[in-house]
Design a protein around this ligand. Structure first.
Ligand SMILES: [Zn+2]
Length: 59
């Protein structure tokens, strides 16, 4: 059947300025999940929400 294309997922790009004083992620801005994935630290990083869709740069 189809191969499970395990394409590498780039870690999110945290705001290190916010993460600097965070004790949860120790300044990394990201935390490693049990699956070994990186995700933004929910303690210091703002919720990205769904920024891909409907992001209107109205200028
Ligand atoms: Zn953090």
């Amino acid at each position: 059947m189809a191969y499970g294309a395990h394409h590498p997922v780039l870690p999110p790009h945290p705001d290190l300025g916010l993460a600097r004083d965070c004790e949860h992620c120790l300044g990394w801005g990201t935390v490693v999940t049990r699956d070994g994935d990186h995700e933004l630290c929910r303690t210091c990083q703002p919720d990205p929400g769904d920024g891909e869709s409907g992001l209107g740069f109205a200028s």
